[in-house]
Design a protein around this ligand. Structure first.
Ligand SMILES: CC(C)(COP(=O)(O)OP(=O)(O)OC[C@H]1O[C@@H](n2cnc3c(N)ncnc32)[C@H](O)[C@@H]1OP(=O)(O)O)[C@@H](O)C(=O)NCCC(=O)NCCS
Length: 198
């Protein structure tokens, strides 16, 4: 059976290599096409370890980690992710930012992605005082040469989870595609969910 492990801040540290390995494996696929390195991952994941209010949701199958999802207050994110909110007059203290959801292929379509969204929202509500949940996704052109013929965008999944596309909130984030010589900035746009009080 699948087990869910919920971690925050320093408690994430022992799991860093496994989360990094999952991210490198899954984000190598379209649309991210990311050629990850452990060095990049350590730098990236440190923000979750350094944030006392972060959350990492891990899914295990017979003790093996098969999926991971991350989130933290936008105030604890890097400037590239805060900037579009500041420019659009959001109070960044009121935004809880969802980092990523990565599941090994074999484990998709079983409801685990929905569990990632539900657990992260629960955490945001528990620590309180957030008006919005937010995440961003890479913008790849529809005719991107590496888009698989069978690729199914996640837009309807995100809408199902209550998120609305906000193209006016956009940024760039730097990584190296597996067919690039070096890192380059990638355009990213945000999705938001207003948190009504319960
Ligand atoms: C995103 C991801 C975590 C979703 O997890 P999942 O466990 O497959 O999703 P679930 O089974 O909980 O729910 C998927 C629901 O969305 C729908 N859906 C819409 N587009 C979809 C898509 N492209 N892929 C999967 N489901 C999709 C499914 O039909 C399903 O709805 P239903 O239950 O009404 O049938 C998983 O597909 C993944 O790891 N993808 C690769 C990494 C990625 O792109 N992550 C997002 C950016 S961080």
């Amino acid at each position: 059976m699948f087990k869910t492990i919920i971690l925050s801040g320093q408690a994430i540290t022992p799991y860093l290599p496994q989360i990094a390995a999952l991210r490198i494996e899954v984000f190598n696929e379209f649309p991210y096409l990311y050629e990850g390195t452990l060095e990049y991952e350590q730098h990236y994941l440190l923000r979750y370890i350094n944030s006392e209010r972060s959350v990492v949701v891990l899914i295990t199958d017979n003790e093996k980690i098969v999926g991971a999802s991350t989130a933290l207050p936008l105030a604890d994110e890097v400037q590239e992710f805060q900037q579009p909110f500041l420019q659009n007059n959001f109070d960044i203290q009121k935004v809880f930012y969802f980092g990523e959801s990565v599941l090994q292929k074999h484990y998709r379509g079983l409801g685990l992605g929905k569990r990632f969204f539900a657990e992260r929202e629960r955490h945001a509500r528990q620590i309180g005082k957030f008006d919005y949940l937010a995440f961003c996704a890479v913008d790849r052109p529809i005719d991107h040469p590496r888009r698989p013929a069978v690729y199914r965008p996640l837009n309807s999944f995100w809408q199902q989870q209550g998120f609305v596309f906000h193209p006016e909130l956009h940024t760039t984030f730097i990584w190296k595609d597996s067919d690039e010589e070096q890192e380059s900035p990638k355009p990213m746009s945000f999705w938001l969910k207003k948190l009504e009080s319960t």
